[in-house]
Design a binder for this molecule. Structure first.
Ligand code: APR
Length: 236
């Protein structure tokens, strides 16, 4: 999808709306029947007939110009996420900086998973300079606490989560650059929206075991990033 203009990308996911409903566009808060509140560069020249569109899968309607403005505000990866219900169109990617993800099995059991061994994931991201996809392009970012070690039970479900985490890593969705909610430090590498367990035998931070709901929670969080088993299989 690279090489397409933002308007072409957005239109790909839209159906035409002949008569806009008497509702406001929830992006600009102006009436759908009237003009978009966004008149930034590159959004002119949109005819009245196509000024409102319906997202094909979820059905939510917005001004075309508003969706184009939203797309331009993001990392422009060819994907779009409905701001109302979060349905993802295309393949969502993030802005995780370059680094390494490794994993291996260790012959010990996690609290709550006595019948299997443990998968240890090691993430390593060095500090660097922020790119155009980051909050402060050209400015350095720090990377604290790396290598970060994370643990999953080496069960069928744990291995399923690992496979999806590998996809999330490739799509740059495990980490982001921003302000740490733990330390308050800005321009630093932070966890993105997918929870990881960083404690092995204890649970002093709340990021340890036992936690019976953990794998299901992670599967839900991955789904919110557009990563599911069905999705990955159908894209291969
Ligand atoms: N282990 C796992 N997840 C964590 C941890 C932790 N120690 N601390 C915070 N999180 C989760 C939070 O619950 C939140 O959902 O990461 C998300 C983002 O939190 P931030 O504090 O912004 O993330 P970050 O600065 O990357 O994490 C701080 O995590 O692994 C450690 O060494 C790291 O001490 C640092 C801590």
């Amino acid at each position: 999808r690279k090489g397409k203009t933002p308007e072409e990308v957005v239109k790909r996911y839209l159906q035409k709306v002949r008569n806009p409903p008497e509702e406001d566009c929830t992006i600009c808060m102006e009436a759908l029947a009237g003009p978009s509140g966004y008149k930034g560069p590159g959004v002119g020249g949109i005819s009245r007939a196509e000024s409102v569109g319906r997202l094909a899968q979820c059905g939510h309607q917005y001004h075309l110009q508003c969706l184009v403005a939203m797309y331009n505000n993001g990392n422009k990866d060819g994907s779009l996420q409905c701001p109302t219900c979060k349905t993802i169109y295309g393949v969502k990617t993030g802005n995780q900086p370059p680094g390494k993800m490794e994993y291996h099995v260790i012959p010990h059991s996690l609290p709550g998973h006595p019948d299997c061994k443990t998968i240890r994931i090691i993430y390593n991201i060095p500090p660097g300079i922020q790119g155009p996809e980051h909050p402060n392009p050209g400015k350095p970012f720090t990377a604290r606490g790396f290598p970060r070690h994370c643990y999953l039970p080496d069960s069928e479900k744990g291995r399923r989560v690992l496979r999806l985490l590998l996809v999330a890593w490739d799509r740059r969705l495990i980490f982001s650059v921003g302000t740490s909610s733990t330390t308050g430090e800005s321009d630093t590498v932070i966890w993105n929206e997918v929870h990881h367990k960083t404690e092995f035998g204890s649970n002093l931070t709340g990021h340890g075991y036992p936690d019976p709901g953990h794998l299901d929670n992670v599967l839900e969080e991955l789904k919110a990033q557009g990563i599911t088993e069905e999705e990955c299989l159908s894209r291969d």
